[in-house]
Design a protein. Structure first.
Length: 89
Protein backbone atom coordinates (compact mmCIF):
# COMPACT_ATOMS: atom_id res chain seq x y z
CA UNK A 1 0.00 0.00 0.00
CA UNK A 2 1.63 3.24 -1.14
CA UNK A 3 0.84 6.65 0.27
CA UNK A 4 -0.81 9.06 -2.10
CA UNK A 5 1.18 12.25 -2.60
CA UNK A 6 -0.55 15.33 -1.25
CA UNK A 7 -1.34 18.36 -3.32
CA UNK A 8 1.70 20.39 -4.35
CA UNK A 9 2.61 23.04 -1.80
CA UNK A 10 1.57 26.54 -2.81
CA UNK A 11 4.24 29.23 -2.81
CA UNK A 12 4.18 31.52 0.21
CA UNK A 13 1.98 34.58 -0.22
CA UNK A 14 3.44 38.00 -0.85
CA UNK A 15 3.76 40.24 2.19
CA UNK A 16 0.85 42.37 1.00
CA UNK A 17 -1.39 39.33 0.39
CA UNK A 18 -0.51 37.91 3.81
CA UNK A 19 -1.37 41.17 5.57
CA UNK A 20 -4.64 41.47 3.63
CA UNK A 21 -5.63 37.89 4.57
CA UNK A 22 -4.63 38.49 8.20
CA UNK A 23 -6.93 41.50 8.27
CA UNK A 24 -9.80 39.39 6.93
CA UNK A 25 -9.14 36.70 9.53
CA UNK A 26 -9.08 39.22 12.37
CA UNK A 27 -12.41 40.70 11.24
CA UNK A 28 -14.03 37.25 11.11
CA UNK A 29 -12.66 36.24 14.51
CA UNK A 30 -13.69 39.54 16.12
CA UNK A 31 -17.31 38.96 15.11
CA UNK A 32 -17.32 35.93 17.40
CA UNK A 33 -20.06 34.10 15.52
CA UNK A 34 -17.98 31.21 14.14
CA UNK A 35 -18.05 27.67 15.49
CA UNK A 36 -15.02 26.74 17.58
CA UNK A 37 -13.44 24.53 14.90
CA UNK A 38 -13.69 27.28 12.28
CA UNK A 39 -12.23 29.79 14.71
CA UNK A 40 -9.31 27.49 15.47
CA UNK A 41 -8.68 26.86 11.76
CA UNK A 42 -8.65 30.61 11.05
CA UNK A 43 -6.45 31.28 14.07
CA UNK A 44 -3.95 28.66 12.87
CA UNK A 45 -3.93 30.18 9.39
CA UNK A 46 -3.39 33.61 10.93
CA UNK A 47 -0.42 32.42 13.00
CA UNK A 48 1.21 30.94 9.88
CA UNK A 49 0.62 34.15 7.92
CA UNK A 50 1.99 36.19 10.80
CA UNK A 51 5.19 34.12 10.82
CA UNK A 52 5.62 34.42 7.05
CA UNK A 53 5.07 38.18 7.26
CA UNK A 54 7.57 38.56 10.10
CA UNK A 55 10.20 36.61 8.17
CA UNK A 56 9.69 38.85 5.15
CA UNK A 57 9.97 41.97 7.33
CA UNK A 58 13.14 40.64 8.98
CA UNK A 59 14.67 39.93 5.57
CA UNK A 60 13.77 43.40 4.29
CA UNK A 61 15.23 45.00 7.43
CA UNK A 62 18.54 43.14 6.94
CA UNK A 63 18.70 44.26 3.32
CA UNK A 64 18.10 47.90 4.30
CA UNK A 65 20.76 47.67 7.03
CA UNK A 66 23.24 46.32 4.49
CA UNK A 67 22.39 49.03 1.99
CA UNK A 68 22.81 51.79 4.58
CA UNK A 69 25.91 50.36 6.28
CA UNK A 70 29.10 52.40 6.41
CA UNK A 71 32.62 51.41 7.43
CA UNK A 72 34.85 53.08 10.04
CA UNK A 73 35.76 55.85 7.59
CA UNK A 74 32.13 56.61 6.79
CA UNK A 75 32.27 55.02 3.35
CA UNK A 76 29.33 52.90 2.20
CA UNK A 77 29.90 49.18 2.49
CA UNK A 78 29.47 47.35 -0.77
CA UNK A 79 29.30 43.70 0.24
CA UNK A 80 26.89 41.56 -1.80
CA UNK A 81 23.95 40.02 -0.02
CA UNK A 82 21.66 37.12 -0.82
CA UNK A 83 18.01 37.69 -1.64
CA UNK A 84 15.12 35.29 -1.17
CA UNK A 85 15.35 34.29 -4.82
CA UNK A 86 18.96 33.19 -4.42
CA UNK A 87 20.30 36.00 -6.63
CA UNK A 88 23.07 38.21 -5.36
CA UNK A 89 22.99 41.96 -5.80
Amino acid sequence: MTAQPGPPEAPPPTFEDAVKRLSEIVQKLEKGDLPLEDSLRLFEEGVKLSRVSQQKLDSAEKRVEQLLAVDEQGRPRTTPFATDSGDEA
